[in-house]
Design a protein around this ligand. Sequence first.
Ligand SMILES: NC(=O)c1ccc[n+]([C@@H]2O[C@H](COP(=O)([O-])OP(=O)(O)OC[C@H]3O[C@@H](n4cnc5c(N)ncnc54)[C@H](O)[C@@H]3O)[C@@H](O)[C@H]2O)c1
Length: 355
Amino acid sequence: MEEVLITNKKIFITGAAGFIGSNLVIELFNTQSPLTIIGIDSLNDYYDVSIKEWRLSEIQKCAEKHPDSTWTFIKGSITDKSLIDSIFHDYKPDIVVNLAAQAGVRYSITNPDAYIESNIIGFYNILEACRNHPVEHLVYASSSSVYGGNKKVPFSTDDKVDNPVSLYAATKKSNELMAHAYSKLYNIPSTGLRFFTVYGPAGRPDMAYFGFTNKLVNNETIKIFNYGNCKRDFTYVDDIVEGVKRVMMSPPEKKNGEDGLPVPPYKIYNIGNNNPENLLDFVQILSEELIRAGVLPKDYDFDAHKELVPMQPGDVPVTYADTSALEADFGFKPSTNLREGLRKFAEWYKNFYKI
Ligand SMILES: NC(=O)c1ccc[n+]([C@@H]2O[C@H](COP(=O)([O-])OP(=O)(O)OC[C@H]3O[C@@H](n4cnc5c(N)ncnc54)[C@H](O)[C@@H]3O)[C@@H](O)[C@H]2O)c1
């Protein structure tokens, strides 16, 4: 695959104050400067906004260390079509990374509107802007949730994924379909990335490891779904960001088919750890690392704080990424082990909440 340098490019990142987005901006400044990054985020209050503000302050500090690069932050929504169009008009980005979305499987059961607005209309606005102001590459977040109750493991991008079990998953699958149509019709190079349960410092408080930590700190009981018989391919955020960066550099090639019309420059990859962990082992390691970091006391009775409960609607029993295509095309595979990643999370948690 042809590799293009990101250095000196103009990059538009949506969801830049988000967990993955903020880490991506920092990684790009640290490794690809000089470059111009324009970030947008609505800073919505789906979870604690102070974490989003903290991430933005980390980006600001990092950008100041790279005076040859430019960081511009716009507070706004991708659902605002004229705003998105004006950003593309004014900045003419070369590469777009769409990470803004309403995330979370469970919340989509009670708040479907937020998913249709940000994930469907917002993504459509990004596609339209890419059509009207051509870009070299559109990279966008999909999700392992598109695999639904897929029984075959590991999950491959060749598997049929037409059975989503949440509206969140349905919106992510829709993004892949919409991107395909735009790639075909307007020859827009696009790559969709199916992320598998991303975790790490300054992660999302709505995700299990963060929620468990909050509960354990408050002496509450944590609920472990499906009686702990869940397996998740937990992926450390630095691995995700490294994968996104490599993908950004390699847009799918534009070429014409036998009919003389463009073959859509379109790709989908999994980015996951390729090593599913049992939920009970995961929380065991989490509790050990929380004790090690001093978030929980040394004599914390972990067993007294866990309750095994049935499966939740929208949940799936296992996620397991087949990453062979990522390895073949980019020579990269996530490698951070759970203890190492949870250690960094626990240390961040201790500092952030001043425990
Ligand atoms: N974290 C994971 O485990 C995971 C797994 C699979 C897919 N993903 C996807 O990766 C992307 C990034 O996820 P994340 O974990 O960083 O989530 P996040 O919620 O931390 O980041 C998303 C950011 O987008 C912003 N946002 C939401 N709607 C917006 C809108 N309409 N306009 C502008 N900004 C908006 C939010 O304020 C937030 O800061 C999302 O598309 C998510 O669906 C994440």
